[in-house]
Design a protein around this ligand. Sequence first.
Ligand code: NAP
Ligand code: ZN
Length: 366
Amino acid sequence: MSLNYFLPTKVLLDEDCVKKNAELLGPLGKKAIIVTGKHSARVNGSLQDVRDALASQEIDYILFDKVESNPTILTARQGAAFAKENNADFVIGIGGGSPMDAAKAIALLACQELSDDELFSGQYKNEILPLVLLPTTAGTGSEVTQYSILTNDKAQSKTSIATPLLFPKIAMVDAKYTVGLPLKTTINTAVDALSHSIEGMLAIKANSLIDLLATESITKIAGSFGKLLSGDIDAACRAELIYASTLAGIVIAHTGTTAVHSMGYSLTYFHHIDHGRANGLLLAAFFAFVEKKNPSVIRHLLDIMGLKDLAAFKNTLGSLLGEKEKIDRQDFEKFADIAIKAKNIANCTVVPTRQDLYNMYVESFE
Ligand code: NAP
Ligand code: ZN
């Protein structure tokens, strides 16, 4: 039995939590920079709720609405320059993982001059703009993690800035913003959250308290498989999924991710496969790999999901994710070379070799 828990973020998961907690924004400053993607925050009500909350506290704001999916270092630098030019006191990130991660990098870069290499070095001054994050997808859990994952062309992959400085001061989590999320994004993001909780339980940094959170999160997501498969996703299911994804975020804040994420980044970088989908395509092969050395942990995970065996897990993921992309075996050689260099490989309880990674890629796409 072991315990290890640290979460310096105030998590407010509730209907209308932005409106109900507007007064918490007052102490953060006089001017906010709101960071969003190009479109969805205007449509799902989140941006308006934040504007109203800021107005109620007489806080001015500027809007940086240029964040693309899988944000680049350049986008973060542009946002940080905009924050500095306008003397923003704090950052509000609204959106899926992409705008939330960009918001974190912007908060850091607005206070510190860092080269691209220094950005991922883990060595920073103790200076960052305060952060408030609102998720509008139920997947990444970025609202409760200390990671910002940026597209890094130098590494030909996605690289994490990882520092406790990036924990937001406040996470405001309201399922109502996810109601209009298209089915495909709903599934991909739910699978991302599932992957976080599963990988958390298979990570060397797992501990018994975090296992409890991961178990709750996996139970909720697996309980939604039927609705996700039918496409009939009601408000109750949305609420369960965002609760599960925030828990899964707390899980990876403590455990980190494993080989699944390391391998998934190449699928996103080179083939533009959505982040959650990339993980989902690889999960069953990772289960099969771990099962050879540790069948009981895989049996335990299948039991939590109420699944008979690994084949049932593979079938469920297959039905959720649909037809797989066609990828050349040669590409997998390159991806295995990249993934083996990732830090999360050493975080696996059963550590794969480069050949194991290659085999998992092949198995996942055959
Ligand atoms: P995303 O890239 O943030 O968003 C995907 C798409 O969904 C975008 O087109 C977005 O539109 C749209 N969207 C967002 N919310 C919506 C809503 N409520 N209704 C309708 N459309 C909506 O996708 P994501 O899967 O949430 O995030 C993926 C990113 O998070 C990746 O970069 C991944 O590496 C990162 N990640 C970070 C962590 C962490 O701990 N920091 C963990 C896992 C993953 P708009 O662009 O118009 O908003
Ligand atoms: Zn993820």
